[in-house]
Ligand binder design. Structure first.
Ligand SMILES: Nc1ncnc2c1ncn2[C@@H]1O[C@H](COP(=O)(O)OP(=O)(O)OP(=O)(O)O)[C@@H](O)[C@H]1O
Ligand SMILES: [Mg+2]
Length: 374
């Protein structure tokens, strides 16, 4: 049995018509950093709160270190948590807020001081040590909430969108602080976020949820390269993957605008004989406009008119309409285009994904593909 085990865990809130979380199955090894990611309302916080013991588990079983935890009180689960809407004690200084939990746990005073000094230092709160929460910015308050949790030294560390109140720059630096902290402390961590970039950059493994149901669990690049369905493909990666309704016949893929391309055997064979209507997916960086790729795939060249361009500095996003889909291609900063320009482009065949039109499941054999990444 793994360190953390969730088996068919369900949550139905009293009076609710349907489950907020359904058959959540997950094993977590000791020391892993797991991110729960998904759109607002998909059940991330509910799952985390069931793990913490603040929300009753209405179905299934939850174990920590082999011990069934369903009915164990939150304080006896060996967990520390940073909430989405954390509340600091308004009458206490930063230092007192951080040390309060340790005092309750009857930790000796010299040890409390050492831990609080360490947390204040690591979180960059030295100059605010004696301030009260009302005199701190949102980001500073969030760091105090983090400090309060990290000093507790528990077996399992739960964080629910701990960086949501921070500005973009601070978010990035706190992201690497938390990753560093995790490496130092080695504590098993579950981190909830709706920001896929945060999940991709921080987690050992990501759990993607939608409507209370896990869509896929995997390492960041496994999810990026081998999404199990269209939802995962669209959720992970920015800008979003481009999707087209296509018809596949033999080795020929025809788009709604009548354009067609031919795919090599290596790609077609992954469809295992599937033909007809399906959804083609391709990421913006796999749409190429450079002379080398245009030459390499010259039989599959397509053209469109650029609608708009987003200059990012290191690269550009080109927006154009193709095959009934608003398309975005990520091109290097050397491939300058302007709105109104006619462009030629190709899709890298080996980077194409196919999804079932009805179920939206990936049509490639994911199980075989994913195995080598595990
Ligand atoms: N106390 C409650 N009573 C009834 N329904 C609830 C309760 N708390 C949450 N829900 C519902 O359960 C579902 C999951 O909510 P949850 O807070 O877990 O989502 P989330 O993934 O954390 O979203 P967000 O990213 O917005 O924080 C939602 O549909 C929500 O409305
Ligand atoms: Mg939430």
């Amino acid at each position: 049995m793994s360190f953390i085990e969730l088996k068919n865990v369900c949550k139905k809130y009293a009076g609710a018509e349907k489950n907020s979380v359904t058959d959540f199955n997950l094993s977590i090894e000791e020391g892993e950093f797991i991110a729960f990611v998904g759109p607002s309302g998909c059940g991330k916080s509910t799952t985390l709160r069931m793990i913490a013991g603040f929300e009753e588990i209405t179905g299934g079983d939850f174990y920590i270190d082999g011990k069934r935890m369903n009915t164990v009180l939150p304080r006896d689960r060996g967990i520390s948590m940073v909430f989405q809407n954390y509340a600091l004690y308004p009458h206490m200084t930063v230092e007192k807020n951080i040390s309060y939990g340790l005092k309750n746990m009857k930790v000796p005073a010299d040890e409390i001081k050492k831990k609080v000094d360490w947390a204040i230092d690591i979180l960059g709160l030295s100059e605010y040590r004696y301030r009260k929460p009302k005199n701190l910015s949102g980001g500073q308050r969030q760091r105090v909430a983090l400090g309060r949790a990290i000093v507790k030294d528990q077996k399992l560390f739960l964080m629910d969108e701990p960086l949501s109140n921070l500005d973009a720059k601070l978010r990035v630096s706190m992201r690497s602080e938390i990753s560093k902290l995790h490496r130092e402390l080695g504590s098993t961590t579950i981190y909830v976020t709706h920001d896929q970039v945060e999940a991709m950059t921080m987690a050992d493994r990501i759990v993607i949820m939608k409507d209370g149901v896990i869509q896929q669990v995997g390492k960041p690049m496994e999810l990026y390269e081998h999404p199990a369905n269209k939802f995962v493909a669209g959720f992970i990666g920015s800008p979003q993957m481009n999707f087209y309704n296509v018809n596949v016949k033999g080795d020929t893929v025809t788009f709604e605008n009548g354009n067609s391309i031919k795919l090599p055997d290596s790609v077609i064979s992954k469809l295992a004989g599937r033909q007809g209507e399906m959804i083609l997916g391709i990421r913006g960086e796999d749409i190429k406009l450079d002379p080398q790729n245009l030459d390499l795939y010259k039989n599959n060249k397509m053209s469109a008119t650029v609608d708009s361009i987003e200059v990012m500095g290191n690269e550009n996003n080109l927006y154009f309409s193709f095959g009934g889909t608003a398309t975005v291609a990520r091109v290097s900063k050397y491939e300058i285009s302007q709105a109104g320009d006619e462009i030629e482009f190709v899709f890298i065949p080996s980077r194409i994904h196919f999804f079932d039109k009805q179920t939206e499941e990936s049509l490639f054999n994911r199980r075989t593909l994913c195995r080598k990444f595990i």
